[in-house]
Design a protein around this ligand. Structure first.
Ligand code: LUZ
Ligand code: MOS
Length: 737
């Protein structure tokens, strides 16, 4: 059992809303844009300000520093100024003595807005020149020349919808004044330093005047990598002005409306193979729906580019990506970070070309899996690729041939129910694609009683990073688990941290922890007579010998480089591989389906915590299945989110989950590129969910082979039924009329 589990089951874990309320605490509420695009002509806060219990209302004009929180592109005000660009854009922050009064007052704010037409479709935005950053292309080989050598070429379009994070704990923050004009923020963020930096800019204070602390998050999934910042800074803004503690926690529906989600993508592909079934040429164009501000979209676009060929080797490829500005909430990081969108396009193209050529899809996949020495379109050469191994092992271990025969037999003898199978290979690059972010720090104290305190930049969000850090510290120092405490994450103990993200939290912070612990062990073991002592005696000897029992360490991932001009480099420390075998049964009259089983072979390296990793594989799989099947964001043609509560936005429940999930970790996998030969785990297994889409598709085609398939997700039962019995249903990804 993990140390956190005791706290969770006893209700003792402290999320922002569980922190003891400081005396004089005020509560925030948001007034946000009711329209998707318009000119903000006037703002009347007088009625709100006169409402009972109100202590202050903050608008753009109350910001002492700069009204700017864009992390990559400086295009996002904290509070709207002059214009609004999406429904839910923050305009005013109201602070009152109770939550109810703050919300009541926020409803009294009046904005005069001259509405303007909005753009919601990324292709429309691109055609209108509304781009977040200049478009990018990565390229390898001779694409234009290679088409003539192809025996089968397919072209098509793929759409994938966004996805709501639905972390259990909604966005929340609490700030409190410290002496001398300084302040502390208890932020519900994956990126404490990002909050500190943005707070410094907005308040016009040095970063040293702002402390950010994170105890833990109730889930984040990328939704708090960047988008925890505005709420934290709004609290800080009010605390700064009123010198009172301020808390703001969003209710579920508000959170769904005002925060960003996974990016919807619309994409075009052209894929060609030769007579031997080798992939020869690929051309892909992504239209990323970025929403109204950049947020992390450029970084997400990069990851899509880097995963555009999926798990396969394509010698001639050209991949282009447009980040398109639309009038929806800025879309943001979500587990997978643009890779799932790109990989879904590649798998779609693979399925298409297999059918067009008459090749077996699994054969085609297997023949083209990445091998050592294969070069990806951005110039990175594959090392220790376990694609072939995990694909082969999944086939064998889970008796793919037997399953194939069973499913074919089932389909031959059933008319209205059909079964489908898919093999889904995953390949995911580990490291932040922005090289700078690949660094971390740790501060380790040994106290005179032998107990150990480990502080890093890693944020615990239920993913078990604390458990892994503890394992690393225990192993390196040679002490039992009970002696090691993992501290909350604070900008005052470990500074200039990267967000806990990119599946790299344990890699980066774990390595820093290992280095700090090694340093301490070396100091102690270097003492005369130290070798024969117990831990307790050793620590006592260290203290009495006046040895420094604290160590700080910093780790920066080596060997990473990327040249953006050339679009060439080695942006990842390594890749994670695996394969999922999925079996589904579709009721072809109703469009409903049952996921019979998902069986996975996954490469976790030498796992630091196998139970944690198993949980991550299962959780990511479910999130991937949800994205591909039942999770459906619905907007009005005015850009209003309609699916803004759990009655209208469905995530996989027990019935929508696979009846059986089996995870097998590849054995004897080392990984010299990460701490103790482990591998990042958070994001890669989400890709297995894509397998469910193709298994359902295979079953549907066993029922209606003649219908032309359109590659769009989610493939909800409603949409599947429309496909099977009505017009071809392309999923309108962003807006429903
Ligand atoms: N965040 C980020 C990420 O800033 N850069 C990345 O490459 C990344 N990858 C996955 C998830 N979050
Ligand atoms: Mo990220 S999608 O916060 O790893």
């Amino acid at each position: 059992m993990r140390a956190d589990d005791y706290l969770h089951v006893r209700g003792e874990s402290r999320y922002v809303d569980d922190l003891p309320e400081p005396e004089g605490l005020l509560h925030g509420a948001l007034f946000h844009s009711p329209v998707a695009h318009g000119r903000l002509l006037g703002l009347d806060t007088s009625r709100a300000l006169a409402a009972p219990g109100v202590h202050g209302i903050f608008t753009a004009s109350d910001i002492p520093g700069e009204n700017q929180i864009g992390p990559i592109v400086r295009d996002e005000p904290l509070l709207a100024d002059g214009e609004v660009h999406h429904v839910g854009q923050p305009i005013a922050f109201v602070v009152a003595d109770t939550v109810a009064r703050a919300r009541a007052a926020a409803a009294l704010v009046e904005a005069r807005i001259e509405e303007q037409p909005g753009i919601f479709d990324p292709r429309e935005a691109q055609a209108a020149g509304a781009l977040i950053i200049p478009s990018r292309t990565i390229e390898i080989g001779e694409v234009d020349e290679a088409w003539s050598r192809c025996t089968t070429i397919v072209e098509g379009r793929v759409d994938s919808a966004g996805q709501e994070h639905l972390y259990l704990e909604t966005q929340a923050s609490m700030s409190e004044p410290l002496e001398g004009g300084r302040l502390r923020i208890h932020a519900g963020t994956q990126g404490p330093t990002a909050v500190q930096r943005a707070g410094s800019g907005v308040l016009g204070l040095p970063m040293s005047a702002i402390e950010v602390e994170v105890q833990r998050l109730g889930g984040a999934f990328g939704g708090k990598e960047d988008q925890a910042t505005p709420w934290a800074i709004m609290c800080a803004l009010a605390t700064h002005a009123l010198r009172r503690p301020v808390k703001y926690s969003l209710d579920r529906s508000e959170d769904m409306v005002v925060t960003g989600k996974r990016h919807p993508y619309s994409s075009d592909y052209r894929l060609g193979i030769d007579a031997a079934g080798k992939l020869l040429a690929l051309e892909v164009t992504y239209f990323q729906n970025a929403g109204s501000a950049a947020d992390l979209s450029p970084a997400i676009l990069t990851r899509s580019l880097f995963h555009g060929t999926g798990c396969y080797h394509v010698p001639n490829a050209r991949i282009t990506a447009h980040s398109c500005r639309t009038n929806l909430t800025p879309f943001t990081a979500f587990r997978g970070f643009g890779a799932p969108q790109g990989i879904f396009v590649m798998e779609s193209a693979m399925a298409h070309v297999a059918e067009a050529s008459g090749m077996d899809r699994v054969d085609l996949q297997e023949r083209n899996l990445l091998r050592d020495g294969d070069v990806l379109p951005f110039g990175m050469s594959m090392e220790r690729a376990h694609a072939v191994r995990s694909f082969g092992e999944a086939k064998q271990r889970f008796d793919f041939e037997g399953a194939r025969a069973r499913v074919d037999e089932f389909n031959a003898t059933n008319k209205l129910k059909k079964r489908g199978l898919s093999l889904m290979p995953a390949c995911f690059g580990i490291s932040f694609t922005n090289r700078i972010l690949n660094q971390a720090g740790a501060l380790v104290h040994i106290y005179t009683d032998g107990s150990v305190h480990v502080a890093t930049g890693a944020v615990e969000m239920g993913q078990g990073v604390s458990e892994k850090l503890r394992a690393i510290a225990c192993g390196t120092l040679g002490v039992p688990t009970e002696l090691v405490t993992i501290a909350s994450t604070r900008t005052t103990t470990v500074a200039n941290t990267s967000a806990t993200a990119a599946s790299a939290g344990a890699d980066l912070n774990g390595r820093a922890t290992e280095l700090a612990c090694q340093e301490l062990r070396d100091r102690l073991e270097g003492l005369e007579g130290g070798a024969a002592l117990t831990w307790q005696e050793l620590v006592s000897l260290g203290y009495s010998s006046r040895v420094n029992l604290s160590a700080q360490a910093h780790y920066a991932t080596p060997k990473l480089w990327y040249d953006k001009e050339l679009e060439q480099g080695r942006p990842f420390a390594y890749h994670v591989f695996g394969t999922a075998l999925t079996e589904v049964e579709v009721d072809c009259l109703r469009g409903t389906y049952r996921i019979e089983s998902v069986r996975i072979v996954h490469d976790a390296g030498k796992s630091l915590a196998p139970d944690v990793d198993r949980g991550q594989v299962e959780g990511a799989l479910m999130q991937g299945i949800g994205w591909m099947t039942v999770e459906e964001l619905c907007y009005s043609d005015q850009g209003q989110l309609l699916s803004k509560d759990l009655a209208s936005y469905k995530i996989p429940d027990l019935n929508a989950s696979p009846a059986e999930v089996e995870t097998h970790f590849l054995e004897d996998c080392d990984n010299p590129e990460a701490v103790l030969h482990s591998k990042g785990i958070g994001e890669p297994p989400l890709l297995y969910g894509i397998g469910t889409y193709f298994a359902i598709r295979e079953a549907a085609r066993a029922f209606r082979a003649e219908k032309q398939w359109c590659y769009s997700a989610p493939l909800s039962p409603e949409r599947l039924m429309m496909f099977l019995h009505g017009e071809v249903a392309r999923v309108p990804v962003t807006v429903y009329g």
